[in-house]
Design a protein around this ligand. Structure first.
Ligand SMILES: Nc1ncnc2c1ncn2[C@@H]1O[C@H](COP(=O)(O)OP(=O)(O)O)[C@@H](O)[C@H]1O
Ligand SMILES: [Mg+2]
Length: 341
């Protein structure tokens, strides 16, 4: 039996009424996020990601369906209870949303002061949080004096001020360069592990999911296309929407047709194998070259994920021996005919 999810969404629909008619932003969304997850929600622009995350803390009211936080249907709460729920879900954004006229420290204190905590206690909490995000020396800086990564660290500190159970991140690294992105993601992972805060990451970038998430939902045209463990979705994306995100260059759609005596094999790395240079070793073993037609593998936690398509020599005996060799390495190998990904 699995424990109760921290967030559960049931049959959620959201339709916006505009002067040009109604826009269906979310359709039949069902989702379970477990306590301690770093849960990714990925999709193209306009897929409905921001609407979904805003429904999680009722910044947006669903048209129908339910949102549960620790088993409690949050649409049924009165205003005061809802305020409390919102405080238990911190949020950060692509544009940081800091108050420009306030220092870093005072940005962090702001939500605490609003919730009625004394100035002194708020300052003490801000000091701890500045330390946590590695910016103790920038307490008195204004946002305009900080880099993008530093601004996001302050926004994270502010989001953590009320001791939330969940941190919702809507494209939090989309305005940052890859190095800064990696450092912010590392901070989020640290917060998840050290403070036990469940993190929900909204992004359009698979690399973000790959870097820190354990589970992922793919949202495509207002619907959940796929949901599962990151390693499963990476090694075997089932839907076209997932394949497009996992292999954005579209090179998996190159067509290899099996003609003449040539054969093509797809080797799937599903995390069970390490990064043994399996193809190179096979070439040495059989003293026969193979052509690598396509390769897209990733290293996640020291395990190999992804796939390689190879063209093997014409000899049937050699083909069978190579197949046996690869399978003995506990790799999934399938023959490819008219390979379209
Ligand atoms: N307040 C709104 N009024 C009307 N349509 C909206 C509103 N917010 C979002 N939408 C529409 O809902 C769809 C999903 O938007 P959004 O959730 O922002 O997508 P994403 O964050 O994945 O880019 C889009 O078609 C968008 O135009
Ligand atoms: Mg968005």
């Amino acid at each position: 039996m699995t424990s109760q999810p921290i967030i559960e969404i049931k049959e959620l629909e959201k339709t916006f009424q505009t002067k040009n008619g109604s826009v269906s932003a979310l359709k039949n969304i069902n989702l379970q996020i477990q306590q301690g997850d770093i849960f990714g929600i990925i999709g193209m622009s306009g897929a409905g990601k921001s609407t979904l995350v805003r429904c999680m803390n009722l910044l947006e009211r669903p048209t129908s369906g339910q949102v549960f936080l620790e088993g409690q249907d949050i649409a049924r709460l009165n205003n005061k209870q809802l305020q409390k729920v919102r405080r238990s879900m911190g949020m950060i954004f692509q544009q940081f949303n800091l108050l420009m006229q306030r220092t870093a420290e005072s940005n962090i204190c702001f939500p605490l002061e609003i919730s009625g905590i004394s100035k002194k206690a708020a300052k003490e909490r801000a000091k701890e949080l500045l330390e946590l995000v590695g910016l103790s020396d920038r307490a008195k800086s204004y946002p305009s004096q900080l880099s993008g990564g530093q601004k996001q660290r302050i926004a994270i500190a502010r989001a953590l001020a009320s001791n939330p159970k969940v941190l919702l991140c809507d494209e939090a690294t989309s305005a940052l360069d890859p190095t800064t992105t990696a450092s912010i993601l590392a901070l989020l992972k640290d917060i998840n592990q050290r403070l036990g805060i469940t993190v929900v990451i909204i992004t359009h970038e698979m690399s973000v999911i790959e870097q820190i998430c354990n589970r992922v939902a793919i949202i495509d045209q207002s619907q959940i296309a796929e949901v599962g463990f990151v390693e499963d979705i990476f090694s075997r994306p089932q839907t076209l929407a997932a394949q497009k995100l996992v292999f954005p260059e579209g090179h998996q759609r190159e067509v290899f047709s099996s003609h003449g005596d040539f054969s093509y094999y797809r080797i799937v790395f599903d995390g069970n194998s390490s990064f043994e240079p399996v193809v190179a070793n096979m070439v040495l073993e059989f003293k026969t070259p193979v052509n690598i037609m396509f390769a897209d593998t990733k290293n996640i936690d020291g395990k190999a994920f992804g796939q390689i398509v190879i063209q093997v020599p014409q000899s049937k005996t050699l083909q069978e021996n190579m197949l046996r060799y690869l399978r003995s390495r506990e790799l999934t190998v399938e023959e490819v005919t008219d390979y379209v990904g």
